[in-house]
Design a protein around this ligand. Structure first.
Ligand SMILES: [Zn+2]
Length: 126
């Protein structure tokens, strides 16, 4: 299940950031998830809930940037907005589509608490 390995990758990464900055609590984590990446949010949520137990991310607020799918039809060079993973080109019905965006799966920022009312935001993928 790719959702599980995605979650595990995030869970591995967050403590490294926290340690690198003095073993801080993670307040918030922001993820970019493309709508064409094939991630099922229901499975992702389930994997997340299970995966973060007893980790630094338990209780951390999770935010998700849902990145719209955008592609280009190779025949017509037209730019398309694609909502679903398997959408064909609406102009010609073909699947010869170069995906321009929507396959993202990454940690965008991790926000760490460094003092009672001081937070720092670590930008992983600007
Ligand atoms: Zn087309």
């Amino acid at each position: 299940m790719q959702e599980l390995s995605l979650v595990m990758g995030i869970i591995d990464l967050a403590p490294m950031e926290a340690k690198a900055h003095g073993d801080r609590d993670a307040e918030e984590i922001l993820l970019d998830i493309g709508q064409r990446g094939g991630v099922e949010m229901e499975s992702f949520d389930f994997a997340w809930t299970e995966g973060v137990k007893d980790t630094i991310l338990e209780g951390t607020e999770r935010k998700i940037n849902s990145i719209r799918g955008k592609g280009k039809c190779l025949d017509y060079e037209t730019e398309l907005s694609l909502q679903q993973y398997h959408d064909p080109c609406p102009n010609c019905g073909e699947h010869q589509i170069e995906v321009l965006s929507g396959k993202e799966m990454k940690v965008k920022t991790v926000t760490l608490r460094i003092a009672d009312c001081e937070l720092i935001k670590i930008i992983r993928n600007p």
